[in-house]
Design a protein around this ligand. Structure first.
Ligand SMILES: Cc1cc2nc3c(=O)[nH]c(=O)nc-3n(C[C@H](O)[C@H](O)[C@H](O)COP(=O)(O)OP(=O)(O)OC[C@H]3O[C@@H](n4cnc5c(N)ncnc54)[C@H](O)[C@@H]3O)c2cc1C
Length: 394
């Protein structure tokens, strides 16, 4: 089988790319190692930048998103057991959208299924080969049978652990990584939003985050050890520690039913180049950020905005100029996003073994953020998202 575009992975980046290409009549196949149910129920990102929202709306898959999303005009900052509000709307005229990643993938995979698009679930890709030819090869397994196909372009959207990036010989790829000495203990619980906007809190015991997913479900996090055993935390201990870190004279967390607990280690990572021959990497396959800046899904969508624009121009206008620029444009934006996620993580978290000097510097940074309008404006711009340089013509 030969297809114009073979997409590895049906997470947010792979499913969005397949959807956009389909809207322009460009054929693709998506190979996904897991089942559709598994991908749709993966609980991860919750915050979308306006550009990411616009991309879904403009490509005709944003109706439910616009009906069900929460629009937040800013964020809360917890500091010394007081809550401060940074109003993005007033500062720069734009806010952020809260809409779960599981809803994004349900919309995209549902849309592809309704249109009969070729998405092969439970079809793990085992290798990508012949990158530098005009027929790169994808090897995969489906229903117990080893198969292969060729494509004009292979797009690696298969996340951090996927096969695409690993198919690049070690001598031809550079990786950059920072592993943080802490993780996030996350809970999902049965509560309406506990606050009007998400609250990022710095506390001597560690970072905490109060956020929301829907009218009935809230998502809260506590900084913990990277190898913390979530099951060792009783519900009572979690609520007590959240109240220590985010409680004020007027606010206590809503001690409701917790139905999921998990621990996510925090890591910054990126690889270059993002193109190898006729294989392109997008999203977590090429870069991951700690969730403090809520940038992972948004960066994945930013990659897809450039890549889909490039592929559409290549196939429809015989113009490869945007595809040629993809690796450079996507990496440049990714570096800015990496820097925001890294500085944000460093500002809010307590680093084991940090000195009193380090901590006073962190406090000074937060005090400047909650009091200085110029600092808030820079923060608002980074938080709400950098511009997308290229948009697909839809
Ligand atoms: C706790 C947490 C909170 C987060 N919060 C936010 C947030 O608020 N905002 C934000 O923007 N981001 C957030 N993120 C990051 C966000 O979830 C990711 O950046 C996003 O999922 C990236 O999408 P992707 O499609 O590139 O990769 P993935 O979502 O990882 O999808 C890759 C897909 O490829 C499949 N796959 C893997 N290997 C293979 C193979 N060999 N063959 C075929 N298929 C394969 C996988 O099953 C998966 O479906 C968070 C992440 C975590 C862990």
């Amino acid at each position: 089988m030969h297809v114009p575009v073979a997409i590895v992975g049906a997470g947010p980046s792979g499913s969005l790319l397949a959807w956009i290409l389909r809207q322009r009549g460009i054929d693709s196949i998506v190979l996904e190692s897991r089942s559709r149910e598994y991908v749709e129920s993966r609980i991860r990102a919750g915050v979308m930048e306006q550009n990411a929202v616009d991309l879904m709306v403009k490509s005709g898959i944003g109706d439910r998103l616009m009906k069900e999303r929460y629009y937040h005009n800013g964020v809360g900052i917890g500091y010394k057991n007081e809550h401060h509000f940074i109003n993005f709307d007033e500062l720069i005229g734009i806010g952020v959208t809260v809409y779960g990643q599981s809803e994004v993938t349900k919309d995209l995979l549902g849309g592809l299924a309704n249109e009969g698009h070729n998405v092969l679930y439970e079809a793990p890709v085992t290798a990508v080969e012949d990158h530098h030819t005009n027929k790169p090869k994808v090897k995969y397994t489906h229903e117990g049978v080893e198969k292969e196909l060729t494509a004009d372009f292979v797009i690696g959207c298969d996340g951090f652990h996927g096969a695409s990036r690993k198919s690049i010989p070690a001598a031809d790829i550079i990786t950059h990584e920072k592993v943080y000495p802490f993780g996030w203990l996350g809970i999902l619980c049965k509560s309406p939003p506990m606050l009007d906007v998400a609250l990022f809190s710095h506390h001597p015991n560690g970072f905490a985050l109060v956020s929301m997913r829907s009218d009935t479900i809230s998502r809260l996090y506590l900084q913990c050890a990277p190898d913390e055993d979530a099951s060792k935390w009783s519900d009572e201990q979690i609520w007590d520690e959240l109240d220590v870190r985010v409680g004020t004279d007027d606010f206590k967390v809503n001690r409701c039913e917790i139905f999921e607990k998990d621990v996510a280690p925090l890591r910054s990572f990126f690889s270059e180049p993002m193109r190898y021959g006729n294989m392109f990497l997008a999203g977590d396959a090429s870069h991951i950020v700690p969730p403090t800046g809520a940038k992972g899904l948004n960066s994945a969508f930013a990659d897809i905005s450039v890549l889909s624009a490039g592929l559409i121009r290549h196939f429809k206008n015989d113009d490869s100029s945007v595809l040629e620029k993809y690796a450079e444009v996507a990496l440049r934006r990714n570096l800015l996003t990496q820097r925001f996620s890294w500085t944000n993580t460093a500002m809010y978290h307590i680093f084991p073994g940090s000195s009193s000097f380090d901590r006073r510097m962190q406090e000074s940074q937060i005090e400047t953020l909650i009091s200085d309008e110029l600092t808030q404006t820079v923060y608002a711009k980074a938080h709400t998202g950098l511009p997308f340089e290229y948009w697909p013509e839809l």
